[in-house]
Structure formats: C-alpha cells, structure tokens
Design a protein. Structure first.
Length: 250
C-alpha cells in the first residue's frame, strides 16, 4: 500500500517508522511519503492560512497549497485504487469496519488540518472525512497516525500471523476474551484452570463465552449490531442466567 500524508508538521510522524510499521516499510509492504504542503504556498511568507470571510476567531487553511500539493503528488483523476481522506471533527467516526474497508485500497492519502479548519472548497478534492472521536485535537496528525496504524496492521505481511489480529477486540464485532501468560500464579491470582488442561474445544467455548460476557458488560451497544449464531445465542443465554442468579444472591 502507498500512503501519502499531507501536513505542515511532518516531524510529528516519526512513530510510523518504528515497530511493525517500520518493519513493513523496510520489507516494502507499505510505502510512506510525508508532504509538507507549506512548500506549495505561493505566499512570499509560505503562509497556508488566512482570516475567515465574515469574521470569527482563529485562522482557516487556504485551498491553494493543499490542492496544489494533492495534484502534484497524486493521480487524482478517476483512480479507484486511491482514497483521499480529510481528518476532521465533522467526519464519520473511524472504526474497525472502516479500517477493513480502507485496508483493501492500494493507495491512501491523508490531509491533516490545523488551526480553525479547512476552507470549505478543499472538501471538493477529497473522497471521505474521518474523525477518531467526539472531541477536538490541535490537528489531524494524531488521528492520521491512529488510522494508519489500524489500517496497516490488517494488510497481509505487516503482522506475521493473521490469526493474531483476527482475534482482536472489534475485529469480529466483539471484545476480546481475557488473556494470560506465565507465571500461573501471580500475587495470589491464578490462571483459569480450563486454560491449563489443553482441551481445545473447551478452551474455545470458554473464550467465546468470556468474549460475549465482556461485550455485554462493557459495550452492550456492540451486541445489538452483532449477528449471533446459534452457539453464541446459547452462550449468551447462559451468561444472562448466571448474572441473574448472581444478582439474586446479593
């Protein structure tokens, strides 16, 4: 996958060269280019923002530097392999489903805003807008890195074993089950006995049940969207019965 980032703070993206994403770049699985669109400004002082028409607080990013940078670095004419993404609090909330969709693209571009936002006309040159939550940050650089990390780990070759991300929270629509490693006992807390016995089917059912339980208790909204199969419906019924019994004993 080819990733191009448009920002006036390219130094902020150093973390993308570390860990798994750094190794993925070394292997050629992904390529990353960071473009400082300030260099495209025609202003003698390289300004990329200006006062808003109609008055108001703060400064607004002007269209010329960003649009010229996009045209210079990307083939923006009817390229189905490319998606240009604006990072904006007005965008749709980025989630695992969006990560899976975007991971199918061959090329992604991220336009990182700053100041009080974008000149509205810039939106004519992007394909989608995303936010990572209902809050406001100082710019689009951190959301871009969050999205790139979530998307790239789904690309074959970035993570060594596909199963490691297929069991992640949200990947299948539920929260992940509890995980344990050595030592077997730590400060009086023991690993559940069922994980020690080596009975793979019992372990699978325990993990599924724990995943459903955690989702029910922590993110019940996810269960409303999740298509339960027959086995999961039975496990969820057992969970609700156990919880009801527990409440009656209190």
């Amino acid at each position: 996958m080819e990733i191009t980032i448009f920002s006036i703070f390219p130094e902020m993206f150093a973390p993308l060269n570390a860990s798994l994403l750094g190794k993925a770049q070394e292997k050629g699985v992904i390529s990353l280019e960071i473009v400082d669109f300030r260099h495209y400004s025609l202003d003698k002082h390289r300004a990329v923002d200006d006062y808003p028409f109609g008055g108001g607080a703060g400064m607004v990013l002007t269209p010329q530097p960003i649009v010229d940078a996009l045209r210079d670095k990307l083939n923006t004419t009817a390229d189905d392999d490319l998606e240009i993404i604006m990072l904006s609090p007005q965008g749709q909330v980025f989630d695992q489903q969006a990560a899976r969709r975007l991971a199918q693209k061959k090329k992604l571009a991220f336009v990182c805003g700053h100041y009080e936002g974008f000149d509205e006309r810039i939106r004519s040159f992007v394909d989608s807008e995303y936010t990572i939550g209902d809050y406001v940050l100082t710019g689009g650089e951190l959301p871009a890195m969050v999205m790139i990390d979530a998307i790239c780990r789904l690309i074959p070759g970035v993570i060594k074993e596909q199963a490691s991300f297929e069991e992640d929270s949200f990947y299948q629509g539920l929260l992940e089950y509890p995980q344990y490693t050595r030592p077997r006992i730590f400060e009086g807390m023991e690993v559940p006995e069922i994980l020690i016995g080596g009975h793979h089917e019992k372990i699978r059912l325990w993990r599924k049940k724990q995943s459903l339980l955690r989702t029910l208790l922590r993110r019940p909204d996810l269960l409303h969207q999740y298509p339960l199969n027959q086995e999961e419906e039975k496990l969820l019924a057992e969970i609700k019965m156990d919880l009801a019994v527990g409440e009656n004993h209190e």
